[in-house]
Design a protein around this ligand. Structure first.
Ligand code: ADP
Ligand code: ZN
Ligand code: ZN
Length: 732
């Protein structure tokens, strides 16, 4: 019998299946060790065949099977096929997603310990008969074990004498057995039967999720009790004998959240997240694999939890960008969830206070079911959002980062013993160009996205169509020379707070202060416990945290993400404002939000300050339809990179010529096609070029043809790296 094996090497660009002579224990999905060249490497058996094209004298045998059970289930073999076709990935890169990374190459294993106990035969006999009086430590450890039933050998070694323990085991007085020890995070949290009585709205949402034959979008304002809906759905799923997966953005995976799950589901829940040690992560994963745990809670990669019989998949904060993997292997978590749901006949629920326009569109046209939670559980009102026109501040001589209103509000907040969050949006930080006097922003005439200033050429460029414009000297609208480019950093804001309120204690949270593992949790914990008065931070302060004492939220430069050169820029701005505003006034004290902008007339502020999602959505979906962006098209990008510029150009030319032919044959499916240097022209000494397409949705044939062109390009030009993306977050 011949086994088809995918081997774990990264060298070749193209996936290959190798033939080996099968051995008894190897089944589909087994992880095996195979000879490869003059070494042994790991691989995965994906299939069997009667015969091989490899000449018999060259055919080698699988050396051994690595685990006590197949690691890749039939479901995951099918998922691998789906993912390679959908996202144009190599099989081996997909398999690597299926198990904890440290497990490959045997870098991590189950932790085992030796348990020692007195052999029953020796229990009733006087120890004087088999232990010499002079062997004091042997007598001591024997007596201890008689009294204690059993103990870990390492503990006995440390407390008594390793030689004595060894001696007694060797003589058969002590027996020993191996036991697997689980490294379980949060294991000391006890399970509580804290069942909350659902509100009618929540009850009806649970019913929709569990009875609908489509995925459900749970649209609930911040504080409306979405988590409780998820918990009940999971509970019902477990009761019906099935398993569940709960996904949350990495940044919201706080100890608070993990405690909620542990206390509700006890040992049934396994936590998968990057803050865990490798051993803990491996053991949690293994508990899922072996059926000891039936609920997986984690960030994006927990969608690959090794569970059988999945009955429910929850995606919390479904609009969050972290659900799209942006580096190889690139994939869209929601689509994996749909695959697993279909395979298992499972339910899917995706929740958000600010659903992505794409998901809401699917709910509107009936592709998803829609459940709404329009009210906060505790009936607290949403905080009032006050818009401040920063252009007026400039006019009246205030060129600082804080408006007069924000300074006053901060003063009041601090005097009354409240806490404040100052939010700085850094997403758009690649500098757009704006007039400080009238708020004019330079945009591409063809694409209606903001232009990006390229310093080295002193030019403005559109990152979507690559059209170039001269840099502005004067504002075309009001002729002011006050042209702003660039951004304010969090440090500047902290300085300003210190200068204005010397006694206020400030915590800064951004990429620099949260580099180390768990740093953001530590900072948030300090703020929550009142060790600081002001929290200054970027996106990471916007999400899901519950701070009882926050009465003021200041949004320093709301426009920042608005003018990001991305067709989802407005949507992201709306989401960020709503999320960050939701941090204020969650408990008794009412909250207030001050939103500073240079373009107060922009429709996004009108809708965001009124908490009018529907109004915002209606406007946005019309724009997307008119301009031909997702969900009305799929964006497809072929990216080519190479150290040698000429080779990159040649490969790009080849790919582009092929795509042009394809586009000519399928003109009805191509909405847009262009080739250009990538916005980030050179990364790590590699030149980057790209072909950018927008095609009608679900044109699987065109997509497959483009992937095939990318493969041919990579084959013809082995020096270039050529990869493809579908609907990426970021087109830089
Ligand atoms: P969301 O995730 O929608 O922002 P949460 O799930 O965090 O909202 O719920 C907000 C608060 O309301 C939490 O403190 C939660 O414990 C509480 N809560 C949720 N549902 C109920 C209920 N049915 N009865 C009482 N309290 C509830
Ligand atoms: Zn102007
Ligand atoms: Zn353009």
């Amino acid at each position: 019998m011949i086994a088809k094996v995918i081997v774990d090497i990264s060298a070749s660009e193209i996936d290959r299946v190798f033939d080996y002579i099968a051995i008894d224990d190897a089944v589909r999905g087994s992880r095996v060790l195979v000879p490869f060249g003059n070494r042994s490497i790991e691989g995965y058996v994906i299939d069997f065949a009667e015969s091989s094209d490899v000449p018999p004298e060259k055919l080698k045998s699988i050396q051994s099977v690595l685990d006590d059970r197949p690691i890749v289930s039939e479901e995951f073999l099918a998922l691998c096929d789906y993912m390679t076709a959908r996202f144009h990935l190599r099989k081996i890169d997909v398999f690597r997603l299926f198990l904890p990374s440290k497990m490959r190459g045997g870098r991590i294993k189950s932790l085992e310990k030796t348990i020692v106990y007195v052999d029953p035969e020796y229990r009733e006999i006087d120890p004087a008969l088999f232990i010499k009086k002079s062997a004091r430590s042997q007598l001591e450890v024997f007596q201890y074990l008689l009294d204690n039933e059993c103990a870990e050998q390492s503990k006995l070694n440390a407390e008594f004498s390793a030689a004595a323990v060894r001696n007694l085991i060797a003589r058969g007085v002590f027996a020993a057995r191996r036991e697997t020890v689980l490294r379980t995070p949060y294991k000391n949290i006890v399970q509580k039967d804290n069942t909350v009585v659902l509100t009618d709205e929540q009850r009806s949402a649970v019913d929709t999720v569990l009875t609908s034959d489509r995925p459900t979008l749970l649209f609930g304002v911040t504080g409306s009790g979405k988590t409780e809906v998820y918990l009940h759905c999971i509970d019902e799923t477990l009761k019906s004998g099935k398993t569940a997966i709960m996904l949350v953005p990495e940044i919201s995976l706080t100890p608070q959240v993990m405690r909620i799950f542990r206390s509700r589901f006890g040992d049934d829940v396994a936590l998968l997240h990057s803050g865990l040690g490798d051993g803990e992560r491996f053991d949690e994963w293994r508990r899922l694999l072996t059926g000891q745990a039936r609920v997986a809670v984690g960030a994006r990669s927990a969608i690959f939890a090794p569970l059988d019989n999945v009955g429910l998949i929850v995606i919390d904060e479904e609009h969050d960008t972290s659900y799209i993997s942006e580096s190889n292997p690139r994939y869209i978590t929601r689509e994996i969830a749909f695959f697993r749901a279909k395979y298992n006949g499972a339910k899917v629920v995706m929740g958000s206070a600010t659903p992505s326009v794409e998901s809401y569109y699917a709910a509107q046209n009936g592709e998803y079911a829609l459940a709404r939670l329009p009210n906060r559980v505790n009936k607290r009102k949403m905080p009032n959002i006050q818009t401040v026109n920063m252009c007026n501040e400039v006019k009246y001589g205030n060129s600082g980062v804080f408006s007069a209103s924000l300074v006053t509000a901060l003063d009041e907040c601090l005097k009354s013993g409240g806490q404040a969050i100052l939010f700085l949006n850094r997403r758009g930080y690649s500098s757009y160009v704006m007039c400080k006097k009238c708020g004019y922003v330079a945009k591409c005439e063809d694409c209606d996205v903001s232009l990006v200033y390229h310093k080295e050429e002193d030019l403005l460029k559109c990152h979507y169509c690559q059209r170039r414009y001269a840099m502005l000297d004067l504002c075309p609208q009001c002729k002011s020379p006050h042209i702003k480019q660039g951004f304010v950093g969090t440090e500047r804001i902290v300085e300003q707070v210190n200068a204005l309120f010397p006694s206020a204690r400030v915590i800064r949270m951004d990429n620099d202060t949260t580099r180390t593992k768990d740093a953001h949790l530590k900072l948030l914990g300090e703020f929550a416990s009142g060790k600081a008065d002001v929290l200054v931070g970027t996106q990471m302060v916007a999400k899901g945290h519950d701070f009882a004492n926050v009465t003021l939220v200041g949004i320093i430069d709301a426009d920042m993400s608005l003018h990001f050169s991305d067709f989802r820029a407005v949507e992201r701005t709306f989401q960020l404002i709503t999320q960050v505003a939701g941090r204020a006034g969650r408990e008794q004290k009412p909250g207030k939000v001050i939103l500073q902008t240079y373009t107060p007339a922009h429709y996004v502020y009108k809708f965001a300050t009124a908490y009018d999602y529907q109004g915002f959505y209606d406007k946005e979906i019309n724009l997307l339809q008119a301009t031909g962006f997702p969900p009305f098209t799929d964006i497809l990008r072929v990216l080519i990179s190479c150290e040698n510029e000429q080779t990159a150009l040649a490969a790009t030319k080849f790919a582009v010529d092929e795509i042009r032919k394809l586009a000519a044959e399928n003109s009805e499916k191509f909405v847009y096609f262009n080739a250009m240097r990538s916005p980030k022209k050179r990364i790590q000494t590699k030149y980057r070029m790209q072909a950018l397409m927008r095609i009608v949705p679900n044109a699987d044939d065109v997509r497959a043809a483009v992937y095939a062109i990318a493969d041919r390009t990579a084959e013809l030009y082995p020096q270039v790296a050529c990869f493809t993306e579908i609907n990426p977050n970021d087109l830089s």
